[in-house]
Design a protein around this ligand. Structure first.
Ligand code: EPU
Length: 343
């Protein structure tokens, strides 16, 4: 049985370092502990909220019920034809596993280096960066149904992945606890440096084409991220605070007439993705400080806690940015991390 504590501060369990307490809290290290925690919650009719690395949540209030820190560990693998299927327990750290797989010669995760958070949380928002999304590598995951306690396997189709989206943010929201995920990696590197900034960094560093391998790609991704994104250990943040909005072709064309320099990325269906960072910067908010919270001065998409900020202040700033972007561009921004306690 895991140790269950009451009124536990979650400040060190969320990368925004927001102050909030869990009514009940426990850390689970394996499935047996998880089942015991679920039984405890069931017997007292407590809502169960899982927490992983805490890097994609906004705690805007105390959490009632049982917060379960998903710290299940372990990695296993098997060869399936030319693919190495690697299964990671939910509590393993994403970036450590990117590095460890790279050292083993298992490739595919290198563009996703340095993303904060745990393996179990990665599918929920379908983490993505520098031209690769988790869904590109995804094979399956195992989860526990919070209500029935039953084990359920989800393949890629069942996860309904989209841009920063999955079934776990929609129809299956709050229903499952992800206990492990399996990714398909390869021993033959497949370099993806289509993302312009990554291509430029790789070409600048490689003395010959032979040097362009997954190790260099991973190193360059880390370098770019360190230049732009604040380290949550130093400046608490939750990465991109908004999704990049999708805008129709007609609206994109109209905006381009007003703002010919507007960056835009055409999608297969004709819509365009507009960088939310650009929209926010155009509204003059890059580097804005409001009390103890602010907009990062090197990446306008990242909201930061400058020390002592709380969830309400952060959401107030987010609302101010949304209003300004809506007024000026008629585009609605959508908050990306999961917000708790603001409804
Ligand atoms: N830009 C600005 N001002 C800024 C920053 C960016 O105008 O302050 C413009 C520039 O035109 C730049 C463009 O926005 O070319 C794109 O910027 P960047 O390459 O930094 O990427 P992003 O669209 O802001 C997305 C992801 C990131 C991911 C990067 C790289 C979302 C919500 N965010 O950011 O993901 O690392 O691309 O692929 O899709 C995260 O989800 O937490 C995250 C960090």
């Amino acid at each position: 049985m895991p140790v269950i504590q009451q009124n536990v501060s979650l400040q060190s369990f969320n990368s925004l370092a927001l102050p909030a307490e869990a009514e009940f809290f426990c850390t689970v290290r394996d499935r047996a502990e998880l089942r015991a925690a679920l039984q405890f919650a069931h017997s007292r009719q407590l809502v169960v909220t899982p927490i992983g690395g805490g890097s994609n949540i906004v705690l805007a209030a105390n959490l009632s019920g049982l917060v379960v820190h998903m710290d299940l560990r372990g990695v296993s693998h098997r060869a399936v034809g030319r693919v190495i299927e690697v299964t990671f327990a939910a509590g393993e750290n994403w970036h450590q596993q990117v590095q460890s797989c790279l050292e083993q010669g298992w490739y595919g995760m290198e563009n996703l280096a340095l993303i904060p958070g745990s393996m179990g949380a990665a599918p929920i928002q379908n983490i993505g960066a520098y031209g690769v999304e988790l869904s590109d590598l995804f094979v399956s995951l195992n989860a526990i149904d919070k209500l029935s306690g039953e084990a359920v396997e989800f393949d890629r189709a069942a996860c309904q992945f989209g841009y920063r989206d999955s079934v776990f943010k929609n129809a299956a929201r709050d229903r499952y606890l992800i206990v492990d995920i399996t990714l398909g990696l390869t021993t033959q590197p497949q370099i993806n440096i289509q993302y312009p900034a990554l291509q430029a960094a790789v070409n600048q560093h490689a003395r010959s084409a032979a040097e362009i391998g997954p190790e260099l790609v991973s190193a360059m991704v880390c370098q770019i991220r360190r230049q732009k994104l604040p380290d949550p250990e130093l400046i608490p943040n939750a990465g991109s605070f908004f999704k990049n909005p999708l805008v129709t072709r007609a609206q994109t064309d109209a905006l381009l007439r007003r703002y010919p320099q507007m960056p835009h990325y055409a999608q297969a269906d004709g819509d365009s993705k507009i960088p939310a960072a650009w929209l926010i910067e155009q509204c003059g908010f890059k580097g804005t400080v409001r009390g103890a919270v602010g907009v990062h001065d090197r990446q306008a998409l990242v909201l930061v806690n400058l020390g002592g900020g709380n969830g309400a202040e952060l959401l107030e700033l987010a609302a101010e940015l949304c209003d300004a972007v809506k007024q000026r561009f008629a585009i609605e921004l959508e908050i990306e991390p999961r917000v708790y306690g603001a409804d």
